[in-house]
Design a protein. Structure first.
Length: 455
């Protein structure tokens, strides 16, 4: 039996020689003075050997432990050398299974279920906020504190909702990894409880583009007056306040047949105090994307004879009920998840995130202006509400294209049933809008209460 004293006393000779321990463990002493742990064994009728490292880095006790583990493998009819090699391969493969590698596999697996814009947003968010920090980490080595550090960096720049959304995406990657047998648990699962809360009093809103479009699709499939469906679509496209939409009048729209259509919401109808409502040149200007014009084209045959875009079903001179759009969302299953006012939060969140990736320097200010927000420190009456109009139009075009991807033409909404009864499958096909249709050129006459003749 070997002892530490015997090991130290073993001196090099002209040739290598063995100093034996129990159960075929021995120390090979080389001419250069090296002392190497070796173990010999037989498996399947063949003589084999294993190296356990060099003394003193591997002590006598450690060498004996390695030998005993190998003997236990032999008793289980496993070749210890092959098992050691497989263990190394498993460890090497685990180091290759980085978070980024697994995340990209998850993304490729999930991408066919998503719209192209949503898929692009998902992978960009990971490439921007996650991969630079933990992408090269073996996914097995990631812990809740490491994942939380990524999310805290996002919170630090004020993107609270983005942090929550990215936590969900990281968690989805780990769920995929668990299903593939790559990891055993999800360190991001419980982190939602420790992230910063959203602002108190904020109305519920869906602020992720793909679920937002899904909600609009489901709501528009539900029974409702065509006017209500079109109001929902225009509200989502313009991100105005619901009260501003409900009171919209045809006379407020300019250049609907031209290249730069606008909706001028009078200051008297805007949110604010008496000074705001009496402000000179205080109209809120809303550039209209082609998708919004398509809504107005579908709406004109229904309500163009009156002054209001969205009149009450019973009283044409009164606006749509303040609950009509909310009830439609509730019937579609979104009670407590999204309210009409939530389209403003959706627009702000999605477009600000887009601006971080692809926008220009002042896009955050422009987005606030599109929402009729006055920057902190600005005097209300002195604020230029027509500022950045070309850029506002560009962002309106981008938002309209993003939001409308996969949504039906607005004219389809006019032919869907308004009541729950009646076979949905028997609805009439949508009446196409005349390709030569043009809005009246004298809509401004409505501002003076004059009748419009060229409809």
């Amino acid at each position: 039996m070997l002892t530490d004293v015997k090991i130290r006393a073993a001196k090099p000779r002209s040739k290598s020689y063995k100093v034996t321990d129990a159960n075929r463990l021995y120390l090979l002493v080389t001419p250069s003075g090296g002392k190497l742990w070796r173990w010999s064994y037989s498996f399947d009728g063949k003589q084999k050997g294993m190296a356990f490292g060099a003394w003193p880095k591997v002590s006598l006790a450690e060498a004996r432990l390695k030998r005993d583990e190998a003997v236990a493998m032999l008793e289980d009819m496993r070749d210890p050398a092959i098992a050691k090699k497989l263990k190394k391969e498993v460890a090497l493969e685990a180091s290759r299974q980085t978070f980024e590698r697994v995340a990209r596999e998850w993304f490729d697996n999930a991408r066919p279920q998503w719209a192209s814009v949503h898929a692009a947003d998902v992978i960009r968010s990971l490439e921007r906020d996650v991969f630079p920090t933990i992408g090269n980490f073996p996914i097995k080595e990631l812990t809740p504190p490491l994942v939380l550090s990524v999310l805290r960096e996002i919170e630090a720049r004020g993107s609270i909702e983005t942090a929550k959304r990215i936590r969900q995406r990281i968690s989805a990657v780990f769920t995929f990894g668990i299903a593939q047998g790559i990891v055993k648990d999800d360190p991001a699962e419980k982190l939602g409880a420790v992230l910063k809360p959203l602002r108190k009093g904020r109305q519920p809103a869906i602020t992720d583009l793909f679920p937002l479009r899904k909600m609009i699709l489901q709501a528009e499939e539900d029974y409702a007056r065509p006017v209500t469906r079109l109001a929902l679509r225009l509200l989502a496209l313009t991100a105005v306040r619901p009260s501003e939409l409900r009171g919209a009048q045809w006379a407020e729209f300019d250049d609907l047949n031209g290249p730069e259509p606008l909706w001028r919401i009078p200051s008297a109808r805007m949110k604010g105090d008496l000074d705001r409502k009496e402000e000179v040149n205080g109209d809120h200007i809303v550039p209209l994307a082609p998708q919004a014009i398509a809504v107005l084209r579908a709406l004109w045959p229904l309500t163009g004879a009156g002054s209001l875009l969205f009149p009450s079903n019973r009283h044409a001179h009164k606006p749509l009920s303040e609950n009509a759009i909310g009830y439609l969302l509730n019937r579609a299953g979104y009670h407590g998840h999204h309210v009409p006012h939530g389209f403003r939060a959706a627009f702000s969140t999605i477009m600000n995130e887009w601006a971080e990736r692809e926008g220009k320097d002042h896009d955050r200010k422009v987005i606030d202006l599109m929402l009729a927000h006055v920057p902190t420190g600005k005097v209300e009456g002195a604020y230029n509400r027509a500022a950045y109009l070309p850029r506002r139009r560009e962002l309106a075009l981008i938002w309209g294209a993003m939001l409308s991807d996969g949504l039906p033409d607005p004219v389809v909404l006019t032919e869907r049933p308004s009541k729950k009864s009646g076979p949905y499958s028997r609805r009439r096909p949508p009446t196409p809008v005349d390709a030569d249709f043009r809005f009246p050129t004298r809509l401004s006459q409505l501002r003076q209460g004059q009748p419009v003749q060229d409809r």
